[in-house]
Design a protein around this ligand. Structure first.
Ligand code: NAD
Length: 522
């Protein structure tokens, strides 16, 4: 009783439909391995973006409930920290296997609450599984170093967990981004408070169920709900030592500054405006396929979507062909066979995207392909925006300066590679960028001179797999990107280094007199 749509299903039976849920249940929170109904008085309604039918209500948890979650994580920490890394690794192996068993169920929850197509939602889950799989390498990744630094003396380094840590997640990857934190934070010995996006917590709730099944002790992973108030609670609670945030700049800069001011470590990945530069010597068909997928997939709601094209020289003549391909994409409910992109997250988001498209027209750009006004017959009430291509854009236009976060591609024209690079480097964001060319020398010039943190050479969405780290740059990260997500830096973020220097001298080698000068290495 009282289970959200996501939790009411099982690995064998889960809804793969946008049909109205007869009596939607509130989303519970997760504390001490139990699902609990909040006593909140305020709830955030969560609607299926394809229909705007109510799916669940997400509580704005009370301060007492939030405090109970922190208490449970604090209580669980000493024993979890004392659990060997090999034992924690075994739990992680089981967690990975369970996510794989529940893969389709997780994806179905994502399609229902977030809107992306089922095939795309499966990719969302896979990218999270890969982080959990890499976290199974913790015994290797947590090894310290030893050096004999002087006669009879050695220094060893250890990586120790921080304590209670927290993660605050965005709406656009409901499985992948919680899985940037759950595996790495816990396998290193921390206990975790995770706040999924209030717009689609279903996948995180299924992950909580799998946490329990995998054998995580009570209180190691806790899931809380809410919006700004819950975030403030996390930022102000002295027991929480570190905060991982992924989301937009407004929230992220606030969270980075406030979290840092409260003495916490913060890693924060923020917004983006990813440019792809297109050279006339590139493989044209590969470019067209890549960009159509990278600009419009997930309805443009990926932080690594290609949202800006920089057409070098005569490549601008390829734009009508690009528009023709984009026009063929099927915009439909995410569970529908053959759907290429689903709706955007909310009516508010649709309205904002349409306003930005209109601003481009008003400021003198050309709307080459206009996705406004399209509605699939079966889903008249969804938040639909079709693929949109805006050309003849200049850098001062609003549609260039703002992150649109929808299926909208803005295109600028330049004459040379140099100009393309100057334009991209001038942009304040620096998450990802791509170049399409057949020339190794051109690609090398671009790779060396470009300021974005993740560069694709003939690869449109160059998100590194978890044996590397997610390396955004400039305004796309807070704090200069010192604390990047996953990979070895992710292990470092969730651990404190300790160094121990030891001296074991034979008794007869002990000096007769104290040496008061600073020791010199000899
Ligand atoms: P968002 O910033 O609105 O929300 C993210 C989280 O912050 C949510 O949990 C939300 O409850 C909380 N939040 C929102 N506003 C807040 C405020 N004023 N104070 C305190 N907390 C607040 O982001 P979103 O709309 O869910 O996600 C889309 C954004 O995330 C885009 O800008 C996208 O580029 C970015 N993103 C970045 C990456 C990356 O790795 N760089 C990855 C995914 C998404």
């Amino acid at each position: 009783k009282h289970l959200s749509a996501a939790l009411a299903s099982t690995a064998d039976s889960y809804p793969k439909t946008h049909e109205k849920i007869a009596s939607p249940e509130d989303t519970p929170y997760f504390l001490n391995n139990q699902f609990i109904q909040s006593k909140a008085t305020q709830f955030i309604d969560l609607y299926d973006p394809a229909t705007n039918n109510l799916v669940t209500r997400v509580p704005q948890m009370t301060d007492e409930e939030l405090q109970a979650a922190v208490d449970s994580a604090e209580k669980a920490f000493p024993a979890w920290r004392a659990t060997s890394v090999l034992a924690r690794q075994q739990i992680m192996f089981r967690f990975v296997a369970l996510i794989r068993e529940n893969w389709d169920r997780l994806a179905a929850s994502i399609t229902l609450e977030q809107g992306k197509t089922f095939a795309d939602a499966k990719g969302d889950v896979l990218r999270g599984i890969q982080v959990a799989e890499a976290a199974c390498g913790a015994p290797e990744l947590m090894k310290g170093e030893v050096l004999e630094v002087a006669k009879d003396m050695e220094t060893r380094s250890y990586r120790e967990p921080l304590g209670v840590v927290a993660a605050i997640c965005p709406f656009n990857f409901p499985a992948m981004i919680p899985l940037w934190s759950i595996p790495i934070a816990t396998v290193t010995g921390n206990t975790l408070i995770l706040k999924p996006s209030e717009r689609d917590p279903g996948a995180a709730m299924i992950l909580a169920e799998l946490v329990k099944k995998a054998g995580f002790p009570d209180g190691v992973v806790n899931i809380v709900h809410g919006a700004h108030r819950t975030v403030d609670f996390i930022l102000e609670d002295p027991a929480i030592k570190a905060v991982s945030f992924v989301g937009g700049n407004k929230a992220g800069e606030y969270i980075f500054n406030k979290g840092s001011a409260h003495g916490k470590r913060v890693q924060a990945n923020l917004g983006a405006k990813n440019h792809a530069a297109v050279l006339p010597d590139c493989n044209k068909n590969h470019f067209l396929n890549s960009v159509v997928g990278a600009a419009f997939g997930a309805a443009g709601q990926r932080c690594m979507s290609v949202s800006t094209l920089v057409m070098v020289g005569e490549t601008k003549e390829w734009l009508p062909e690009l528009a023709e391909m984009a026009k063929q994409l099927k915009v439909d409910g995410g569970f529908e066979e053959g759907a290429d992109l689903g709706p955007v997250i909310s009516p508010h988001s649709k309205e904002r995207i349409e306003r930005l498209i209109q601003s481009a027209a008003d400021e003198g750009a050309t709307i080459l392909l206009d996705g406004r006004g399209y509605t699939p017959a079966k889903y008249p009430d969804g938040n639909w925006v079709g693929p949109t291509i805006i050309t003849n854009v200049t850098p001062e236009m609003t549609c260039y300066r703002e992150e649109i976060f929808g299926p909208v591609l803005v295109c600028l024209n330049v004459e040379t590679l140099d100009e393309a690079m100057q334009l991209i480097n001038k942009n304040e964001y620096g998450n990802g960028t791509a170049i399409f060319t057949r020339s190794g020398a051109t690609a090398e010039t671009f790779r060396r001179g470009i300021e974005a943190g993740q560069v694709g050479i003939n690869v449109p969405i160059p998100v590194p797999l978890p044996m590397f780290s997610f390396t955004g740059n400039k305004k796309s990260v807070a704090g200069g990107g010192a604390n990047t997500f996953y990979g070895r830096p992710g292990i470092n973020f969730y651990t404190q280094q300790k160094t121990v220097t030891t001296l074991w001298k034979s008794e007869d080698a002990v000096a007769q007199k104290a040496d008061v000068a600073m020791p010199t290495q000899s």
